[in-house]
Design a protein around this ligand. Structure first.
Ligand code: AP5
Length: 215
């Protein structure tokens, strides 16, 4: 099962992907996480993408397709969640080609629908565990013990530098301009289903599970 989660920044893609990993043993491929790892590794590519990400703009197709290709190579890709990829039509076409070269296909695409107004609160309240990547929120999902990750016990909790209103506006604009056309693309391929991502996290997870059963 190869699943794509599509939604604007803060829709809950990472949150739900992590649940699918824990509950179904799927593999999460997040281009955002890969790019953040490249940025902190200080490689030439990492330095190139750092400023682009800080501004909330999209990194080039060439770089992200290269990252996905590298991850897919050698991976048993029968249960992959693509989180934040593809984001442009070129990326979608490249993914189709990569998967077909492995005798596979995209099996389901889930659009996570959220009101734009809710995104500012979600993004500005978000923090994550720097060690295991668990995603939290000041109000809707705080840690049980302040300053300590519920999952791995780390105290390395972080906020993202692009989680501010200015960068969010740019990320949202890119989402509507470059990523939302993918909804029509996957609808035409008979793959698209939508979930109400304004609902509680457990309800969203149940809706996604139902869509996967139907796929
Ligand atoms: P990326 O890391 O992919 O960021 P994004 O798509 O903007 O999405 P987010 O991670 O911000 O949100 P999410 O939907 O995962 O929400 P989350 O679960 O965390 O990309 C970052 C940057 O990298 C891009 O701007 C770009 O520069 C670059 N990039 C990445 N991929 C690229 C690509 N393919 N091409 C080009 N450039 C690329 O949830 C958010 C918050 O809400 C959390 O605090 C969470 O606890 C809370 N929450 C979640 N669900 C709910 C709920 N149901 N109710 C209430 N609160 C909830």
């Amino acid at each position: 099962m190869n699943l794509i989660l599509i939604g604007p920044p803060g829709a809950g893609k990472g949150t739900q992907a992590k649940r699918l990993v824990a509950e179904r043993g799927m593999v999460q491929l997040s281009t955002g996480d890969m790019l953040r790892a490249a940025r902190t590794s200080g490689t030439e590519m990492g330095q190139r993408v750092a400023a682009v990400m800080e501004r909330g703009e999209l990194v080039t197709d060439e770089i992200v397709i290269g990252l996905i290709e590298e991850q897919l190579r050698g991976l048993d890709a029968s249960g992959v969640i693509f989180d934040g990829f593809p984001r442009t039509l070129s990326q979608a076409e490249a993914l189709g080609t990569l998967l077909s070269g492995m005798g596979q296909d995209v099996d389901a695409v889930i659009e996570m629908r959220v009101d734009d107004d809710a995104l500012v609160e979600r993004i500005t309240g978000r923090f994550t565990c720097g060690d295991c990547g668990e995603v939290y929120h000041d109000r809707t999902r705080p840690t049980a013990k302040p300053g300590v990750c519920d999952v791995c016990g780390s105290t390395n909790l972080k906020r993202r530098s692009d989680d501010n209103e200015d960068a969010l506006r740019r990320r949202l604009m890119d989402y509507y301009k470059q990523t939302s056309p993918l909804l029509g693309y996957y609808f035409a391929h008979g793959k698209l289903a939508g979930v109400d991502a304004m609902a509680e996290m457990d309800t969203v997870a149940a809706e996604i599970a139902a869509r996967l059963e139907a796929a």
